[in-house]
Design a protein around this ligand. Structure first.
Ligand code: URA
Length: 407
């Protein structure tokens, strides 16, 4: 009985594959109720899952839908995944870099539920960009431009879709085993040969400490090994927003600046780090050599032109990314050094401006967001510009005093 399975996990006991399958697939099929699954998820959050349960549940997730097979596309296909955060638009830069080096990239991304949009939302801020490619169109795109960035097909790990939506509203998102299962089931079902993971920790991230990020990264690596997928992970901080732009169209514009050759800063450095690891994995070469190749395609604009091609192939126009022209500027009330820019507070503000969704039904305003004029470590004087808010159709918003810590 379902109740007995829940009770076993409440007591911290081992669940067999059959038990996991009956309750999770029962939920997908509508035979297990929301309140029963919520109760089990909370018991998992509190008592955890052992490795065998994690491997079994990942497999159940994968097999709940279609498993894509791109083996007829030549070359080693590398995928990447970031556990997400405020201002994270790395995919927009990394995919064209890697593709411009002849490595096929099939990137399936999600929408955002939270403070800002996901990669797919960001791309939709480009007029005309299509994110709903069929498997046939994906294959054609790879042949034509070598890369594709598209939404997940409806039948890719459908179990994750329903469980993730429930976790989101039952305070059960922070369980490391559940995060690992959710991410790795989708990555494995999406059919790449090798996977690079960017695991974030900090205020704006799913896990708060470096140690937790390490645990999550190594667990995902172990799951990958079960499917003969090489998985590498890097760990990066998400205490402050990544880069200077937060909000969909603004983030695409910032990505374009890096692709056009702008260098330096945390966003540029992270893009180079992730892309170098992907190239190193795909070509089986040393990371330093891969890094030189990555820097070269940024310097000679090959990565930029690849992005233009990818966007054009999916119906978009990089010259047409509207942003609001209604700008509200925030100035420093005192002088000193910027010690912290709170990623979570920035996320909340961007949500208030309309750049994210509070619920699945919300629509995003692509044209709004935040441009930071300062980074951690900068010195400021009273009345110096701290950030510009791009606003639209909004009468009231509040800028928290806790965003910038200036000492
Ligand atoms: N991203 C996912 O896809 N799943 C999680 O559980 C967390 C982040």
């Amino acid at each position: 009985m379902i109740k007995d399975i829940i009770d076993k996990k409440r007591r911290g006991l081992f669940l067999t594959r059959d038990e996991l399958e009956s309750i999770f697939m029962g939920y997908l099929n509508g035979n297990v109720k929301d309140y029963q699954m919520s109760s089990l998820l909370m018991a998992i959050c509190i008592n955890g899952l052992c490795k065998e349960e994690i491997f079994n549940l990942t497999d159940i997730f994968i097999k709940s839908g279609e498993v894509l097979d791109f083996s007829d596309i030549d070359g080693v296909k590398v995928d990447k995944h970031s556990t997400g955060g405020i201002g994270d638009k790395t995919t927009l830069v990394i995919v064209p870099i890697v593709a411009s080096l002849g490595i096929p990239v099939i990137k399936m991304s999600g929408r955002g539920l939270g403070y800002t949009g996901g990669t797919i939302d960001k791309l939709e801020s480009i007029k005309g960009f299509r994110i709903d490619l069929t498997n046939e169109e994906i294959n054609d795109s790879i042949k034509k431009v070598g890369a594709v960035i598209t939404g997940q097909t409806a039948n890719l790990v459908p179990l994750d879709k329903v469980i993730y939506a429930l976790r989101d509203v039952t305070a059960t998102t922070s369980s490391i085993p559940l995060i690992a299962i959710s991410i790795m089931s989708k990555k494995i079902a999406a059919g790449a040969d090798k996977i690079l993971l960017d695991v974030k920790y900090g205020k704006g991230a799913l896990v708060s400490t470096y140690e937790e990020a390490l645990e999550l990264g190594s667990l995902m690596q172990e799951i990958g090994a079960k499917y003969n997928k090489e998985v590498r992970y890097i760990i990066s901080s998400m205490n402050s927003p990544l880069g200077k732009c937060i909000g969909n169209a603004l983030e695409v514009r910032e990505a374009l600046e890096v692709l056009k050759g702008e260098k330096g800063g945390d966003f540029y450095n992270l893009c180079v780090d992730i892309a170098s690891n992907m190239v190193s994995m795909a070509k089986n070469i040393e990371i330093d050599y891969a890094k030189k190749m990555v820097e070269e395609v940024l310097n000679n604009n090959k990565a930029y032109y690849k992005f233009v091609d990818i966007v054009k192939n999916q119906g978009g126009d990089v010259e047409n990314i509207p942003i609001s022209d209604n700008i509200y500027r925030v100035y420093s009330k005192n002088s000193g050094t910027i010690k912290e820019i709170d990623a979570l507070e920035i996320g909340k503000l961007s949500l208030m401006l309309g750049a994210g969704r509070k619920s699945k039904e919300d629509t995003i305003d692509y044209s709004v967001g935040i441009v930071l004029n300062v980074k951690v470590g900068d010195k400021v004087n009273t009345n110096d510009l701290l950030m510009s808010l791009y606003i639209n159709n909004i009468n009231k918003f509040e800028v928290s005093d806790n965003i910038f810590k200036i000492e």
